[in-house]
Design a protein around this ligand. Structure first.
Ligand SMILES: Nc1ncnc2c1ncn2[C@@H]1O[C@H](COP(=O)(O)OP(=O)(O)OP(=O)(O)O)[C@@H](O)[C@H]1O
Ligand SMILES: [Mg+2]
Length: 144
């Protein structure tokens, strides 16, 4: 898989900047990518995912998939936006039929991936931290 350079370590001062970061990042994602987005409540995971969706040519509004577990969006590459917040663990994720998407041709973005241990080794891990000044720091690990 090609190297994804962004965001290795970036700061966002606003939701708009976070969307732009997500778009820049999303443009580099090949089909089959799995993005594990870690960060506290309100860190900006869903906002960042909106930017990824824009990069994939998705016009539809990305909403929080908390209750649905998976939001499916048709784009240049399909986007599967998942939220593991309410899951007890891997078994719940499997029962929701979500595991097979991780090995498909779409792009999976997973919020609250720390609830799961079954994520594939090729997952790109992005951590969002809210700084004391309210700005968001994006840090990327994996896939390098
Ligand atoms: N720099 C920023 N980047 C992203 N969001 C920001 C930023 N500054 C403020 N915000 C606000 O923070 C909130 C982020 O919400 P978002 O739904 O993306 O969080 P989340 O990480 O998905 O949370 P949850 O775990 O509840 O799903 C929004 O209300 C947004 O307007
Ligand atoms: Mg969210």
């Amino acid at each position: 898989m090609k190297r994804v350079d962004c965001p290795a370590d970036r700061i966002s001062s606003s939701p708009e900047e976070t969307i732009a970061l997500g778009e820049e990042f999303g443009k580099q994602l090949p089909p089959g990518s799995v993005v594990a987005l870690t960060g506290t409540l309100g860190a900006g995971k869903t906002v960042f995912t909106r930017g990824i969706a824009l990069a994939l040519g998705i016009g539809e509004e990305i909403t929080s998939p908390t209750y649905a577990i998976i939001g499916e969006y048709e784009g240049r590459i399909p986007l599967y936006h998942m939220d593991a917040y309410r899951l007890a663990g891997d078994d719940d994720f499997r029962l929701a039929g979500a595991e097979e998407y991780l090995y498909g041709e779409g792009i999976c973005v997973i919020e609250w991936p720390e609830r799961l241990t079954l994520l594939p080794g090729h997952a790109i891990r992005v951590t969002i931290t809210i700084r004391d000044d309210g700005k968001r720091r994006f840090h990327r690990e994996g896939n390098s």
